[in-house]
Design a protein around this ligand. Sequence first.
Ligand code: GMT
Length: 372
Amino acid sequence: MRIGMICYPSYGGSGVVATELGKQLAFRGHEVHFISYERPFKLDLFHENIIFHEVDIVDYPLFKFPPYSMALASKIYEVAKWAGLDLLHVHYAIPHAVSAYLAKQMLKGELELPVITTLHGTDITIVGLEKQFYDITRFAIQSSDGVTAVSRSLRDETLRRFKLNRQIEVIYNFVDPEEYRRLPCPQLKKRFTDGEDKLLIHISNFRPVKRLKDVVDLFALVNSKIPSKLLLVGDGPDGSYIHEYVRKIGLLDRVFFLGKQERVVELLSISDLCLLPSEKESFGLVALEAMACQVPVVGTKVGGLPEVVRDGETGILEKVGNVAAMAERAVKLLSDEESYLQMALESRRHAVNKFHVDDMVTNYLKYYEVFL
Ligand code: GMT
């Protein structure tokens, strides 16, 4: 199959999922054409079946905002023709599904190009609900030949919020258990702790939806009972505010700001708990990656997170903002070696059994077949 893969290239769950899916499809012999404004950061290999096409954005003094959606549509049109694409898979509805729709119309009479849109989360739960995007996002979802969502919760929310009456297939995000597994990293661990402290980790884009203050408050409560350190991985709009907050509460010597990292396996491998107390989370890819590395998750009962993390079995889930309850249960877990070990092993088992990359790639391929 010749597949066009549209995604955001930067750090973030939707781009990671799209890139990993594209790589796996290429390994299975399909030709994958990535189209984006930059090479996706996870596209870190040479493979003869993978071709990256960069969208050129022409600037002109008249443009306050260069029209990326049009440039992307033109690029899709161009690539679809010269590569003879069989199918287009767009990740994140805004604006990708709209550009895909335009390209499909441009190709009419020349090439039949089925469009599959995968909804990832904030394209539905935050950005898509903005007044100026709502109708066009709804239209683009309705016009896609196939639509998938990364959790049941996201599927249901999409149908409800956008008042849609169409099929949306749930295909969960996935993890490669060979890549994401607990590695022995004693030297790395020593850089953060003398061995006595527990290590808690949070990885995100530091957007308000991740509730960084809750991450720090949760950590502070755990640390007041069990000496711990916090690894903060990532950066984003709340980065400087949270640094200031950590300074204000006097925990700068126990919190490590590690910035954006391309590889997190080693950092997860030295961690005891992964904190994800988000306001919204349509899936929570980082929770899955943590679980695959035997790290139980402490998070919120929101969106798709309960479909990924089994409360009491592979982690702890509480209501948004109930930091005290999360901390109390986290302390209890960390104090009971046997229960902790059981949860850590169950986390890995659950991640591998339910979210294996091979199974999900097969599910996507089966779904593609419906439209060919
Ligand atoms: O890719 C991002 O920028 C991050 C963000 C997003 O809005 O796309 O992540 C979403 O997609 C991920 C991959 O499917 C999910 O694991 C995240 O849960 C989801 N984020 C939210 O729902 C807040």
